[in-house]
Design a protein around this ligand. Structure first.
Ligand code: HEC
Ligand code: HEC
Ligand code: HEC
Ligand code: HEC
Length: 368
């Protein structure tokens, strides 16, 4: 089992916690090797500490041409033995350059000599060579053409053109999708002196039973996230709350728009927090942001403190509606026009990842 990199979350406090939990789970799933890409580099100092922990817990780093503060991540190819075959695992960052924000810590050794030496070592000691390459399609294929004899190439960036494998100069290029949606499996056969391969993408959906060890790792992750959420709430109360006046609640609209209110109340939007409570994710800021109203911006703070802002309420779509009630009840002469509710608003939450079948014209009729 290997991972070619780009598994790190976008950097944030929660991202750091997630990153550690991911590495822990790689160990539990007995990964043989991982390599790093740009995202891992952008976790910076803590990436390295976390990766060192991963290394200590026997998830080897395979990246051969990258160093962190002058120390190379991996000094020679990993040689594994599986089913009577020795497999050389190599990994190169072929992406050309280290991202600007990561240059303080990370450096690249792009010399051909390094690559040639490492590949020669792998060929000498292994029957089959698997390379994890980090770069775009043209950088990757140029590398593969320059360095013949790599049997299987695993890409970290999932490129649309790789939904089906590509063959370049007898190297098979594969990619297993993104966001942990698939497990890529390659079966390897040897007849006489020639190799042949069969690959498939296994969807990691609800049909895959949970593993008790991983479930407990995830539960520990959620505990740490709940702690972080408490800290965010405290910070919000002390520093942020004053910047955002409280937004109006659905119940503030109920008296005049009772039909709309009653219809809305029966929609999934009104009950969106319940979906999180069911799986104990209601203290997870990454989920709360789309399942509540004005999270930490004058609306939802936490389930314990502000249940009245749970779910996707009227103002989340219609804007703050400042002055509207005063105008409609005759205590003020003018109101700010509410924003037009258009598709862009829905797509902030109905992203292709969350809802690939979203259709504005059809779905807007279902909101109330
Ligand atoms: C005091 C009564 C009253 C309250 C409370 C009230 N509205 Fe209205 N609202 C009206 C009236 C009257 C209209 C104009 C007639 C209509 O479209 O129903 C209106 C119109 C609207 C419109 C259409 C505006 C347009 O320009 O097309 C929206 C959207 C709206 N209200 C949202 C809300 C929301 C959200 C709330 C709660 C935050 C709310 N209203 C609270 C009375 C009220
Ligand atoms: C703040 C985030 C957010 C916004 C903005 C948003 N939605 Fe949603 N929507 C959700 C969430 C979360 C759910 C799922 C609720 C649940 O069941 O937990 C949902 C569910 C729905 C559903 C029900 C889907 C089903 O399978 O039953 C419809 C329809 C829908 N949204 C339409 C819209 C439309 C149309 C817009 C824009 C006018 C919109 N949504 C804007 C977050 C949002
Ligand atoms: C970018 C916004 C967004 C984020 C972030 C988000 N959700 Fe959702 N969620 C949605 C939308 C939109 C839907 C409705 C999808 C549909 O109708 O197919 C939904 C639906 C759901 C549902 C299905 C409700 C049902 O019964 O049909 C669950 C459960 C859920 N989300 C849990 C979570 C959890 C747990 C997290 C955090 C790990 C999360 N969501 C993060 C937008 C989001
Ligand atoms: C998920 C987003 C969403 C939520 C939540 C939502 N609305 Fe709307 N609302 C819309 C859309 C979309 C339209 C239709 C706009 C159009 O067709 O141009 C609309 C139209 C309206 C209108 C004017 C047209 C009409 O149907 O009379 C009013 C008034 C209104 N909403 C009030 C409310 C109130 C009150 C709530 C809360 C109880 C609410 N809305 C919750 C998206 C939302």
């Amino acid at each position: 089992m290997i991972d070619a990199g780009e598994f790190a979350p976008i950097y944030s406090q929660q991202g750091e916690i997630k990153f550690e939990a991911l590495l822990e789970s790689f160990h539990q799933m007995q990964y043989d090797a991982i390599s790093i890409g740009t995202r891992e580099m952008l976790m910076q100092r803590d990436t390295y500490n976390a990766l060192q922990k991963a290394k200590a817990s026997r998830v080897p780093l395979a990246t051969l041409n990258v160093s962190f503060q002058g120390t190379r991540l991996c000094s020679k190819p990993l040689i594994l033995r599986r089913g009577g075959v020795s497999i050389g695992i190599v990994s190169f960052f072929v992406g050309g350059h280290i991202p600007e924000a990561a240059k303080m810590y990370w450096a690249l050794d792009a010399s051909e000599k390094t690559a040639l030496e490492q590949l020669a070592y792998a060929r000498k000691n292994a029957d089959l060579i698997v390379a994890m390459l980090h770069g775009d399609m043209s950088q990757t294929s140029a590398f593969v053409k320059r360095h013949k004899g790599i049997d299987i190439v695993i890409l970290s960036h999932c490129l649309a053109e790789l939904k089906t494998p590509v063959n370049i100069d007898d190297s098979l290029l594969l990619c297993a999708g993104s966001e942990g949606q698939y497990l890529g499996r390659v079966d390897v056969y040897r007849t006489g002196g020639t190799w042949s391969f069969a690959n498939k993408l296994i969807p990691l959906d609800q049909t895959v039973p949970g593993d008790p060890l991983l479930i407990s790792t995830y539960a520990r992750y959620l505990e740490r996230v709940a702690q972080l959420s408490k800290e965010l709430t405290k910070k919000h109360d002390e520093e942020v709350a004053a910047q955002f006046p409280p937004v109006l609640r659905a119940t503030d609209c109920q008296s005049c728009h009772s039909d709309i209110y009653n219809t809305w109340k029966e929609t999934p939007h009104a009950h969106a927090i319940e979906s999180l409570i069911e799986t104990n994710e209601h203290q997870n800021p990454e989920c709360i942001i789309c399942h509540t109203t004005y999270y930490l911006k004058g609306g939802f703070v936490s389930w314990g403190k502000t249940p009245e802002y749970a779910g996707i309420q009227c103002t989340q779509c219609h804007g703050r509606m400042e002055g509207h009630i005063e105008f409609q009840s005759g205590t003020s002469q003018k109101e700010n026009a509410p924003p037009v509710v258009n598709q862009d608003l829905c797509l902030q939450c109905h992203t292709p990842d969350q809802d690939d079948g979203f259709n504005f014209e059809r779905d807007k009729k279902l909101v109330h």
